[in-house]
Design a protein around this ligand. Sequence first.
Ligand SMILES: Nc1nc2c(ncn2[C@@H]2O[C@H](COP(=O)(O)OP(=O)(O)OP(=O)(O)O)[C@@H](O)[C@H]2O)c(=O)[nH]1
Length: 202
Amino acid sequence: MPDPDTQTTLCGLILAGGRARRLGGVEKGLADWQGRPLVATAVDALRPHCGALLISANRRLPDYRPWADRVVSDAPEFDDAGPLAGLLAGLRSAQGLGLAGVLVMPCDTPAVSAGIMGELAVAARQDPQRIVLARVSDRLHPLHGYYPAGLDAALQRYLEQGGRKVMGFAEAQQPRYLDLPIAPEVFRNLNAPEDWGPSGAD
Ligand SMILES: Nc1nc2c(ncn2[C@@H]2O[C@H](COP(=O)(O)OP(=O)(O)OP(=O)(O)O)[C@@H](O)[C@H]2O)c(=O)[nH]1
């Protein structure tokens, strides 16, 4: 019997399309983090598990291109609709590429490693028709998980009806939860200059 872990090709999706208001509008994914653009940390975490890697971005697209196979922008009708708009663009691309679904993470959680995303990838390949969400100490992380490509139509409807909550969408689709035995701080995201330490973000 074929090993399910190797039979399903996933599409990586890094969300970097937000306006980073708490950072004063700096392009967060391109801000320096330990000598590289922050987005590079998410590339490291996703690349080993994915047949194709997408970055969801809405500004400075050429600067993201070296880091991914494709940069995808939000549909104009969902401008400023939040992370779900980026997820929809990713699901549509995965469909176009014939891939099962997207293994997603935001650009701003640099401590989330390839090992952690690998655990989510294994869970996704066991049942590629279902959403998988990371859960750490009872807290859900719906932007770290797996979404089947075939949910694009349902997500489009949710957005058209004004839905903007990632958990609201995900929980309506009977997701699986993957409990990760790690410290909650690992999922800390960078939002404000002080999260970079005394010098702040560039
Ligand atoms: N494609 C896309 N991604 C988004 C959008 N809004 C937020 N994101 C991404 O979703 C993740 C979580 O975003 P937030 O922290 O809520 O928003 P942010 O824009 O990063 O920062 P704030 O404006 O300070 O809240 C980040 O990786 C963002 O880049 C959006 O409208 N489109």
